[in-house]
Design a binder for this molecule. Structure first.
Ligand code: HEM
Length: 458
């Protein structure tokens, strides 16, 4: 049963756009981030956009609406046709699958993301941060922080989840991941994108990226199967666990295709996002010396074992963690995610028809003036425990919420806290011209230009 509504879907506010083309030209010209930010300013926390052709979406950014889509009426909101381009890249892995198949894969995968597993990964993570710091000791300054963080998070995901050192392929594969994701998202966003069978330069580059990623992923699978890992035979890795897993009903093991889909999903989801978080954290910190000073004080005084850190040692860095939370509020990697309504529903008084594409405006919920004071200011204190308890939970959802919450959220938070703490203990960091770096938000929210930071050992 649906609740009473007082606004019909067709009457939702939003840009008028052009006949047939809708808002496609404005979206293409200004980029989705600028375009949607402008809509949020003009029309508030619920608006409708025609994306070109027959495509349109209704974006909601009020926490009540997000809670209904992601939790209380979650079965009504599926990852519909707008995830089809993502499926071309990731296949039927955890991000894209649904129903009982997803639930089974999630249960299996969850077994390597327990707190006990994360505790076991911490020394490996520390080893990777130490390797990065050794490189920095010889490196010219300034550093391109995004490149460095991508290499670090790839090193970490490779060793912890797959038992392989993948840091050498980092820059090549990062470009491939970037390009493939941007291509996928432009196809999600643009009703008029050329079909994949057309040999346009963009499509050709997309297939090249896909081939490179497949090569990396199949080599991960082969090396696991042949026991050629960079960790001991008795170290559990995600892929070993997935290969050994049997279906409860049929006793079948996962096919190569399924292993490929889960591996590429975790490979992509598991490193670019955290690299973005660390890059933005350093971008924001180097613009806010008072916050940087306070983090440095906390991490310098901390009893952190840099060879074998523990969860408790990282839990004892509350301010560093607040900086990470605030970074994820201001720069959430996944800034808007879409769902398709399977049946009619009412969201904050708006009738949403069956088949409508609903966008969860994560970034906009994080900047909703009813829930955040001066939302564009960097203020880690917003994440003091009392303030967090007093706030609507769905006003903050960088990892999403509800059953489809990011499976790697604790992994990412401990990884980022450790990397930031160790880095600020060892190095002084500054930007000669600490002006804000622009935001580009196609697939993930990334800086428009390299974040260059001068570093010196302390
Ligand atoms: C700062 C870091 C991260 C952020 C901001 C982030 C954010 C997200 C978000 C928003 C989703 C929901 C996607 C959707 O519904 O389409 C998601 C899902 C997912 N993330 Fe993360 N993530 C991060 C790190 C990680 C890491 C480190 C891993 C793995 C090592 C990971 C693996 C996944 C997987 C497998 C899913 C799909 C879960 C499911 O639907 O069951 N993520 N993440």
């Amino acid at each position: 049963m649906t609740a009473a509504f007082h606004l019909d879907y067709d009457a939702m506010p939003g840009p008028r756009g052009l006949p047939l083309l809708g808002s496609f030209p404005a979206l293409a010209r200004r980029g989705p981030f600028e375009f949607f930010s402008d809509c949020f300013r003009r029309y508030g926390d619920a608006f409708r956009v025609r994306m070109g052709g027959s495509r349109e979406l209704a974006l909601f950014a009020h926490p009540d609406a997000l809670q209904r889509v992601l939790q209380s009426n979650v079965d009504n909101y599926q990852k519909g046709v707008s995830y089809d381009p993502v499926r071309e890249l990731m296949g039927n892995g955890l991000v894209t699958s649904s129903g009982s198949f997803w639930a089974r894969q999630r249960r299996l995968t969850q077994t390597v993301f327990r707190l006990a597993d994360i505790a076991r990964y911490l020394p490996v993570m520390a080893r990777c941060v130490n390797a990065m710091h050794r490189r920095w000791e010889r490196a010219a300054t300034p550093l391109d922080v995004r490149e460095e963080m991508t290499r670090l998070t790839q090193h970490i995901v490779g060793l912890t989840l797959f038992g392989l050192d993948l840091s050498d392929s980092a820059s090549e594969s990062a470009k491939a991941v970037d390009h493939a994701l941007v291509h996928v998202v432009s196809r999600v966003n643009q009703g008029l994108a050329p079909p994949l069978w057309l040999p346009t330069p963009g499509n050709r580059r997309y297939f090249r990226s896909l081939r490179l990623l497949d090569e990396i992923v199949y080599s991960i699978i082969t090396r696991t199967r042949e026991g050629q890992l960079d960790v001991g035979d008795d170290t559990p890795t995600l892929l070993r666990a997935l290969m050994a897993a049997e279906d409860e009903d049929t006793g079948e093991r996962m096919s190569d295709q399924q292993l490929r889909d889960e591996t590429i999903t975790l490979y992509i989801a598991g490193h670019e996002t955290t690299a973005g978080l660390l890059t933005w954290a350093l971008e924001l910190l180097t613009r806010h010396p008072e916050v940087l000073g306070r983090v440095r004080e906390e991490v310098s005084a901390a009893a952190l074992d840099e060879a074998a850190p523990t969860l408790a040692q990282l839990d004892a860095l509350p301010y560093t963690r607040m900086v990470i939370d605030e970074t994820l509020r201001m720069r959430p990697s996944a800034w808007v995610l879409t769902r398709t309504a399977t049946a009619e529903d009412t969201l904050r008084g708006v009738r949403v028809p069956a088949g409508a594409v609903v966008a969860t405006g994560i970034y906009f919920a994080h900047h909703h003036p009813d829930f955040w004071d001066l939302p564009h200011e960097f203020r880690p204190e917003r994440f003091e425990p009392a303030a967090v308890r007093a706030r609507h939970k769905y006003a903050y959802l960088p990892f999403l919420r509800g059953p489809r919450i990011c499976i790697g959220n604790r992994f990412a938070l401990y990884e980022a806290t450790l990397a930031l703490a160790m880095t600020l203990r060892r190095f002084s960091l500054r930007r000669p011209w600490p002006v804000p770096v622009g935001i580009e938000a196609l697939a993930l929210m990334v800086p428009t230009q390299p974040v260059l930071i001068e570093h010196a050992p302390r």
